[in-house]
Ligand binder design. Sequence first.
Ligand code: PEP
Length: 252
Amino acid sequence: MNIRRPLIAGNWKMFKTCSEAVETAKHLVTRVDDVTDVDVMIAPAFIALAQVADIVKGSKVSLGAQNLFWEKEGAFTGEISPHMIVSTGCKYVIIGHSERRQFFEETDESVNKKINAAVKNGIEPILCVGESEKERESNETFSVLDKQITKGLQGLFTDNLKHLTIAYEPVWAIGTGKTATDEQAQEVHLFLRSLIEKKLGNKFAESIKILYGGSVKPDNITSLMSMPDIDGALVGGASLDAETFSKIVHFL
Ligand code: PEP
C-alpha cells in the first residue's frame, strides 16, 4: 500500500437506462457506506447524471462524466459542455478513453483541449492512456504512452493540474478478460510516474494517482493494489453490478 489515497472508479459506458442507473447507484451507496480509506466514483451515461447525483449526494460515492466537449456553449449538436457537467454535480471526467480514441476519432490534440477545459471548470480529469496489443508486441508501449502523455498534457502545468489522475488501460485488456500481470502493470505505472516527474517535477509525480484499468475484477484487484505504483482502478464491466463493484472497492 502506498501513500496516495486509492481511487476505485466505475465506467458504466453505454449501459443502463436512467432507472437502472438509479437502482444500481442506490445499491452501491449502501454497500460502500463503511469505506473510509478509498475514494469511489461512478460514471453513468450523461442522461442519468442528474438523477444519479441525487442518489449519491452525501454518500461515499462521487460522480463522474465519461466525456466532455471543450466549448462553453453553442451550436454543437450532441455535445455536452464542462459547465453542464458541473451543473449535474460531477467531480470527475474520464478523458481519452480508448473506446473514444478507437470509435470516435479522439486524438491527443482533442484530449489536450478536453483536459484544459476540465481543469478550467474545476472538474478532475482522469486521463486514459494505453497501448494496443500490436504496439506492445512490437515493443512500442513506452513510446506510445510517452506520446499520449506529452501531447495530452501539452501546455499544462502543475498549478492548473492539481487534481489530474492518469488511468493506464492497455487496450488489449479492456473488456477482454485479459489482465496485465501485476508486474506488467507496475512496470508501466513506474514508467508513467517517471515521465510525469520529468515533466512536472518530483512532488507532483509522487502525489499523482495512476489507476490501472483492464478487466479488473474482485479476484485480481488485491494483488494489483499491492503494487507500489498502482493507486486504484478504472473498472468497466465489473462496475455495472453494485455487489461486484463493492467487492472491488473493499479490496483491502
Ligand atoms: C474501462 O472501460 O475503462 C475498462 C477498463 O473496462 P473493463 O474493466 O471492462 O475491461
